[in-house]
Design a protein around this ligand. Structure first.
Ligand code: ADP
Ligand code: MG
Ligand code: ZN
Length: 631
């Protein structure tokens, strides 16, 4: 609450209290402090103790001829009818009486009686106004929060979306339809009502939806799924209703629900249980989607990166029955996206976008945009007018590995251990065929890590072979192995490595069927959704014996690779010492320098390949960029 509002409130409260007090003061006749029952009053009249009377509606104010009882006052008050009998008696007893015209029906009386209530209402109205003016909009519950981009405001077109040609092609039809709906409806064509854009975060789903509207030149309503979900039950549903009513007035148009999973998750799931707010909102969304015909010119689009958690009802025909996948860009796509985002930035002649694209596997469109931006900032900081390759290299390291922490103070002993640890990773990677080439090794602390060994694949990989997975595990364990060989000691620095090793090994056994003993079976499905409300506990679809077998297989994969990594390093111990020394010296070593070091070194004996069994069964999707970070 802002202070201005607070002051106003206090002021109003003071006025309110003052008026009440005043009202009370005026309202109570000072002469009539003694209240007596009507029956007693009649007795007094009979006895002739009453001198004067005034009738105010039902109220009777009077005065005794002399004080009665212990009180010294003569005034009294009672409530009762001014019956004819009473009036007769009064006349007999010679009591003077009058009727007050200014009684209950009068305007001032009403005003006085209602003053507190009126005041309260005034304050309420005032308070609401304040809240709304203050931008909190606490009272605009039912109104939808959709932003409308009219056809003139939306300048995004397909030109701005790069590297997702398949997706663009798929939605081309929608653009045609929105441009001239008649052409399609005349021949009885049925255009899908709902289109679901599916893909990882930052791949341009929101961008693509906007581009469709921009291409077709129609209004675009955008609302995020989380905007529907509110504290108050029923608000989300009314927002949906409001949104669609608005959209119908602007047809043809696009309604875009971003982050659909926020409302569209499986109903009846999660800890809340029962009919919660989200469920009502989802139901309303389904009702609205069923409620209009496709020829009305409204196309509902939605985006999600978790299609697996969506309620199946959303995906039924007539709803989001068309799915368009927006994947992470491949090498060519990344180059296109880099081109789009460096359109308005001056690039130096040495910049080769192809090279940058090749060294950024797994980057999404948003990552690449960020990369260009960081490079521009770096160039600007050094007062250069053009972005050079060196800026891109700096930005890439920052994006991938985090900011350098030059100020961090590390003891010499710790630096030495880190150097051997990273040298271990790098050397195992270098000496093991089938692993990704080393891009950079550094013992400059970055982000949470004391050192980083960065590997970059030559090309994008969509499947991983068992060989390469084993290689990855070996490289990850190389750090720990080097520590153990050189210092006969184990440090906590390898914790992150071990985490990743265990994860890969577990997936090899449980998901990708790469263990002979366990066989090509998958286990523990649905574990990933534990925190998404679908499943509360891990589903364990295997027996205790299998669990033991799985554990032993995981352990044997890890141990075997650890021993191989250790042997590799022991066989090349001179090289390890040399590399670690170089790292301590220079802090950063790139792939080329490592190559030179290794090739100039003559090994004592032929290096035996650890790969006696290069099988390639088991295909898996996996992010291919690979950094070994050490906390
Ligand atoms: P999503 O909705 O899939 O999470 P966004 O559409 O919000 O991703 O993308 C965020 C930003 O990243 C966009 O504004 C755009 O600048 C950039 N971007 C993402 N994908 C692309 C792409 N394919 N082409 C060009 N720019 C992209
Ligand atoms: Mg988005
Ligand atoms: Zn490590």
């Amino acid at each position: 609450m802002n202070s201005q509002l607070f002051k106003n409130l206090v002021l109003w409260l003071v006025i309110f209290v003052a008026i009440i007090a005043l009202y009370q003061l005026v309202h109570t006749p000072r002469t009539a402090t003694l209240e007596i029952p009507y029956s007693e009053f009649l007795e007094y009249v009979d006895k002739g103790d009453v001198k004067e009377l005034e009738f105010k509606g039902e109220q009777i104010l009077g005065e005794f001829s002399s004080p009665v009882g212990e009180s010294s006052e003569t005034g009294f008050k009672t409530v009762g009818p001014a019956s004819e009998d009473l009036l007769k008696t009064l006349e007999e007893k010679g009591v003077s009486f009058k009727f007050d015209a200014n009684k209950e029906g009068s305007l001032t009386h009403i005003l006085l009686n209602w003053a507190p209530l009126i005041l309260l209402i005034v304050i309420m109205v005032f308070f609401m106004r304040q809240l709304q003016a203050g931008g909190t909009k606490a009272m605009s519950f039912g109104k939808n929060k959709a932003r409308m981009l009219s056809e003139n405001q939306n300048k995004i077109t397909f030109k701005d979306v790069a590297g997702v040609d398949e997706a663009k092609e798929e939605v081309q039809e929608i653009v045609e339809f929105l441009k001239s709906p008649k052409k399609f409806t005349k021949v009885g064509g049925r255009i899908p009502k709902g289109i679901l854009l599916v893909g990882p975060p930052g791949t341009g789903k929101t961008l693509l939806a906007k581009a469709i509207a921009g291409e077709a030149g129609v209004p675009f309503f955008i609302i995020s799924g989380s905007d529907f979900v509110e504290m108050f039950v029923g608000v989300g549903a009314s927002r949906v209703r409001d949104l669609f009513a608005q959209a119908k007035r602007h047809a043809p148009c696009i309604v875009f629900v971003d982050e659909l999973d926020a409302v569209g998750r499986h109903r009846g799931a999660g800890l809340g249980g029962g009919h919660d707010e989200r469920e009502q909102t989802l139901n309303q969304l389904l009702v609205e989607m069923d409620g209009f015909e496709s020829n009305e010119g409204i196309i509902v689009m939605a985006a999600t990166n978790r299609p697996d958690v969506l309620d199946p009802a959303l995906l039924r025909p007539g709803r989001f029955d068309r799915q368009v996948v927006v994947p992470r860009p491949d090498v060519r796509g990344r180059e296109e996206i880099l081109k789009v985002h460096s359109r308005n930035t001056p690039l130096d002649s040495d910049v080769e976008l192809t090279v940058i694209a090749r060294s950024t596997p797994g980057f999404s469109g948003a990552d690449l945009e960020n990369l260009v931006n960081e490079s521009a900032l770096h160039a600007a900081r050094q007062n250069r007018a053009k972005i050079s390759m060196q800026d891109f290299e700096f930005a890439k390291d920052k994006v991938i590995m985090g900011v350098e922490r030059k100020s961090m103070i590390i003891s010499d002993a710790e630096r030495k251990i880190t150097a051997y640890h990273e040298a271990g990773h790098a050397l195992v990677a270098k000496l093991t065929p089938g692993t990704d080439p080393i891009h950079k090794v550094t013992i400059i602390p970055r982000g949470m890590a004391l050192g980083v060994t960065q590997q970059l694949p030559i090309e994008d990989r969509y499947t991983l072979s068992r060989t390469s997975l084993n290689g990855t595990i070996m490289v990850l364990l190389g750090g720990r192995a080097a520590e153990e060989i050189v210092f006969s000691e184990r440090t906590s620095g390898a914790g992150n490595d071990l985490d990743r090793v265990t994860d890969i090994a577990r997936r090899m056994v449980c998901e990708w069927g790469m263990s002979e003993k366990v066989g090509p079976v998958t286990f523990g499905k649905g574990e990933e959704q534990i925190f998404l409300g679908k499943e509360i506990s891990k589903s364990k679809d295997y027996s205790e014996e299998t669990a033991i077998e799985i554990d032993s297989e995981i352990r044997s994969i890890v141990t075997e690779n650890y021993n191989k990594a250790k042997t590799t390093l022991e066989d090349n111990i001179d090289l390890l010492h040399k590399l670690a020394g170089m790292l301590l010296d220079k802090e950063v070593i790139d792939g080329k320098e490592l190559e030179e070091l290794v090739s100039s070194h003559k090994p004592q004996k032929d290096y035996p390949s650890p790969w006696q069994n290069p099988t390639t069964e088991g295909s898996v999707a996996f992010r291919s960029s690979n950094n070994s970070e050490d906390a």
